[in-house]
Design a protein around this ligand. Structure first.
Ligand code: NFS
Length: 679
C-alpha cells in the first residue's frame, strides 16, 4: 500500500515537473507571464524543456569522448573521488585529462570559429564597400578607419615632394580591407592586432609560443590535434586552445568590432528601451535576432524610409516597431538606439506575444524551436544566411546578398507589413520595459572618464587610484535555461556596483542589466557604493557601461589596455584591479572568451559549472597554473554573491600589490566623515 502511494506521489510530482514554474524560471515579470501564456496555449518553450530533460551527468563534467567510433568512451569519477593514481582511460588509453582538455579546446574552436566567421563576413562586406561594389555599405566612420590603419601597418599619410600629406581615404580603406581579410589565411607571420596589447603581455605570448599565426589555422589545428590519436598532453592541448582563443579575442572579434564601427559608426552614448514591452500592438513588429549587423543595419535603414512607413499605414498599422534579440539587439541598440526586445532565453516568447509579424534571423544562438512556435501564430520566420537554414517547412529563406542588401531588406520588411493583417485576436504584450543608456566604448569612455588635456583614461585611473572606483569588472555572456533567467547576472552586477566596482557589460548580460534598469545614471544613487556613486553622479554615467555585443568583448580588452597606458596602475593587464565574469554562460563562444580573457591576464569567474569537473588535474591547471603563464586564471562559482565576492577579493589583492589599498580606505573614511557632517 505504502509502495503504491509512493508511486502515485512520484507520478504526481513527475506530472507537475513536466512544465516549468514560471516564477522559478525567470526573475523577469514579463517573461513569467509569457511562459505561463505559452503553457496555457500548450506550446512548449525552452523553460519547460529544461525541466523535462536533464543534462548528461558525464558530458557535463567534460569526460565523455566521442572523437572516434570505438566510443563514445565515458570515464566517470569513481565514487568517493580518486584515491591514489587516476587509472581511468578510454579504449585508446586517453586519460580523463586528455578527454576533458580535448573537449574544452574543441569548444574554444567552436566559439572562435563563430566569432571569427562573423568577423570574416564583415571584412568581406568591408572589402565590397572599399571597392565601391555596393551602394548599401560605405565607410561611415573615417576617424575610426584612420585609427585602426596603423595597426595593420597601413600608412595614413604620404610624402609628396618632401611634404607630408593625408593619404586618400579610399586607398587606405582598400589596403586595410586586404590586410584584414588576409588575417584569416596568411601564410606567414602573426596577427597584426597582437601588438595592440601591452608589451609585457605580448612578450608572455611570445615566450609561451601562443601567438596566433592566422585565424583559420588555429581553429584547424585544434581540430587536428583533438582528432583520435594526436595530442595527448592536456598542457599542450590547452596551449593550442589559448592560441586559438587569442585568434578570436585579439583577432576575429576585434576585427569584427573595428570594421563594424568603420562601416556603421562607432557607438556613442544614446538612450533606448529594453524588454518585451517595447513591442506595440498597433504597429508592425519586426524582431531581428542573431549576430551580424550587416543584415540588421539594413533592416534599420529601410524601416525608416517614409514610403515604407506609409506602406505600413496603408495596411492598418500605425508604424513599424523594430526590436532586437541576442547580440543583434546589442548591435542596433548601441548604434541606433533601437530597443532590445529581450535576451537569448526570451526568443520564443517574442512570438508567444502574438504580435510578432516577422522574426528575421541570421546566425548563432537561434533556437530551431522558433519554427515550431511560429507555426502556432501568424509570425513569419525568415532565415537570411546561407549557412543557417531550418528544416521546418513554415520557415521562409530570403538569402541576404550584400550587393542587393537594401532590396533584400525591403523585401523582408514588406513581407512583415503584409503579414500585419493576419494577426490573431489574441495579443499579449507584457507591459514591462526599462530605459537604458548604451553605446559606450573605448572612445566614449575616454570622452567621459578621460582627461581633456591628457587625452587618455586619466580620470578613470585617478578614481581607481584614489579608491572611489575599487576596480573594474567585465560581466558578460549568455543566459542558460538551467538557472533562473537573469538572476545570477543581476545579482553579480548589483553586488559589484554596491562594492564600488565599475561594470563593463556586453552580450546577454548587457540586455539583462538594461531590463533591470541598471544602465541609467540614476541607478548609481540606488545601487552603488558611495565611491562609485559619486563618480557616476559627477561624470553622468551609469555604473554599468554597455559596450555592445559579444564580439565587442574586444572593446573590454582595449579599454583595459588604455587603462594600463594611462599610467599608475602597473604595466600589464594582469596588474590591474579588474576581473571577468560570465554568470549564466552556455555557448562555446563563452568558453573562447573566457580563455582569451585568462590568457590576457584577467581573473575570470564562470557561473553554473565548467566541463572540467571530471578531470580535476586539468581543472586545477586552468584555475591555478595558467596564472603563472599569463597572469589570469579560471575560477568557478555558481552562487552569484560568492561569485562577485571572489572577483572583489581579486580586485583588492591587486590594489594591495599596487600599493593603493590604503587610498581607498582614506576616501571612504573621508566620505563617511563628510556624510556624518552633512547629517
Ligand atoms: Ni554571446 Fe550573442 Fe547571448 Fe551568449 Fe548568444 S547572444 S554572442 S553567445 S546567448 S551572450
Amino acid at each position: 500500500m505504502a509502495e503504491l502511494k509512493k508511486v502515485e506521489e512520484k507520478k504526481a510530482v513527475e506530472k507537475d515537473a513536466k512544465l516549468a514554474d514560471p516564477v522559478a524560471a525567470s526573475m523577469d515579470l514579463g517573461t513569467q507571464e509569457l511562459i505561463a501564456r505559452a503553457q496555457k496555449l500548450n506550446i512548449d518553450t525552452v523553460f519547460d524543456r529544461a525541466v523535462q530533460m536533464k543534462p548528461c551527468n558525464i558530458g557535463i563534467q567534460g569526460i565523455c569522448c566521442k572523437n572516434c567510433a570505438m566510443g563514445p568512451c565515458r570515464v566517470p569519477l569513481p565514487k568517493g573521488g580518486i584515491q591514489g593514481e587516476d587509472t581511468r582511460k578510454g579504449l585508446c588509453g586517453a586519460s580523463a585529462n586528455t578527454i576533458a582538455a580535448r573537449n574544452f579546446i574543441r569548444m574554444i574552436a567552436g566559439g572562435a570559429a563563430a566569432h571569427s566567421d562573423h568577423g570574416r563576413n564583415v571584412a568581406e562586406v568591408f572589402m565590397s564597400a572599399a571597392r565601391k561594389q555596393t551602394d548599401a555599405y560605405r565607410i561611415k566612420d573615417v576617424n575610426k578607419l584612420l585609427s585602426i590603419a596603423p595597426h595593420f601597418d597601413v600608412a595614413t599619410t604620404v610624402e609628396v615632394n618632401g611634404e607630408v600629406q593625408d593619404r586618400n581615404v579610399d586607398e587606405i580603406a582598400l589596403e586595410v580591407a586586404e590586410k584584414a581579410l588576409n588575417e584569416w589565411g596568411k601564410a606567414e607571420g602573426e596577427l597584426y592586432y597582437l601588438k595592440r596589447a601591452p608589451a609585457p603581455l605580448y612578450e608572455k605570448w611570445t615566450k609561451t609560443g601562443v601567438k596566433p599565426r592566422n585565424i583559420d589555422r588555429e581553429i584547424v589545428e585544434v581540430m587536428h590535434r583533438t582528432h583520435m590519436g594526436v595530442d595527448q598532453d592536456y598542457k599542450n592541448l590547452i596551449k593550442q586552445g589559448t592560441r586559438c582563443s587569442l585568434a578570436d579575442g585579439w583577432g576575429g572579434s576585434m576585427i569584427a568590432t573595428d570594421l563594424q564601427d568603420v562601416l556603421f559608426g562607432t557607438p556613442y552614448p544614446l538612450q533606448a528601451e529594453s524588454n518585451m514591452g517595447i513591442m506595440k500592438e498597433d504597429h508592425v513588429n519586426i524582431i531581428v535576432h542573431g549576430h551580424e549587423p550587416v543584415l540588421s543595419e539594413m533592416i534599420v535603414a529601410v524601416s525608416q524610409k517614409p514610403e515604407i512607413i506609409e506602406y505600413a499605414k496603408s495596411k492598418g498599422a500605425k508604424g513599424i516597431q523594430l526590436g532586437g534579440i541576442c547580440c543583434t539587439a546589442n548591435e542596433i541598440f548601441q548604434r541606433h538606439g533601437v530597443p532590445q526586445a529581450g535576451t537569448y532565453l526570451q526568443q520564443e516568447l517574442a512570438i508567444i506575444t502574438g504580435a510578432c509579424d516577422a522574426m528575421v534571423v541570421d546566425v548563432q544562438c537561434v533556437f530551431q524551436n522558433l519554427a515550431n512556435v511560429a507555426k502556432c501564430f501568424h509570425t513569419k520566420l525568415i532565415t537570411t544566411h546561407p549557412i543557417a537554414k531550418m528544416e521546418q517547412d513554415n520557415v521562409i529563406h530570403v538569402e541576404f546578398d550584400e550587393h542587393y542588401a537594401l532590396e533584400d531588406a525591403e523585401r523582408i520588411i514588406r513581407m512583415a507589413i503584409d503579414n500585419f493583417q493576419n494577426r490573431g485576436s489574441e495579443v499579449m504584450i507584457p507591459p514591462y520595459k526599462s530605459v537604458a543608456i548604451g553605446g559606450f566604448g573605448v572612445e566614449s569612455i575616454q570622452y567621459h572618464l578621460g582627461g581633456t588635456f591628457r587625452g587618455s583614461y586619466y580620470t578613470l585611473n585617478d578614481n581607481i587610484i584614489n579608491g572611489r572606483i575599487r576596480g573594474v569588472a567585465g560581466v558578460v555572456g549568455c543566459n542558460n535555461a538551467r538557472t533562473r533567467h537573469n538572476e545570477a547576472h543581476i545579482t553579480v552586477v548589483k553586488e559589484l556596483i554596491k562594492n564600488d566596482v565599475l561594470v563593463l557589460t556586453t552580450g546577454c548580460n548587457g540586455i539583462a542589466c538594461a531590463m533591470e534598469g541598471l544602465l541609467t545614471p540614476e541607478s548609481a544613487a540606488v545601487y552603488c557604493g558611495p565611491g562609485l556613486a559619486e563618480v557616476c553622479e559627477t561624470v553622468g554615467i551609469p555604473p554599468v557601461l554597455h559596450l555592445g555585443s559579444c564580439v565587442d568583448n574586444s572593446r573590454i580588452l582595449l579599454a583595459a589596455t588604455e587603462v594600463v597606458k594611462a599610467g599608475g596602475l602597473g604595466k600589464d593587464l594582469c596588474d590591474l584591479p579588474v576581473a571577468g565574469s560570465a554568470p549564466e554562460w552556455m555557448s562555446e563562444k563563452a568558453i573562447s572568451i573566457g580563455q582569451y580573457f585568462v590568457a590576457s591576464g584577467v581573473y575570470t569567474v564562470f557561473g553554473l559549472h565548467l566541463p572540467t569537473a571530471g578531470a580535476p588535474v586539468f581543472h586545477d591547471y586552468l584555475s591555478k597554473e595558467l596564472e603563472k603563464l599569463y597572469g589570469g586564471r579560471w575560477d568557478l562559482e555558481a552562487d552569484p554573491v560568492k561569485h562577485a565576492q571572489l572577483m572583489i577579493a581579486h580586485i583588492d589583492k591587486k590594489r594591495k600589490e599596487l600599493g593603493i589599498d590604503k587610498a581607498r580606505e582614506r576616501v571612504l573614511m573621508d566620505m563617511a566623515d563628510r556624510q556624518a557632517l552633512e547629517g
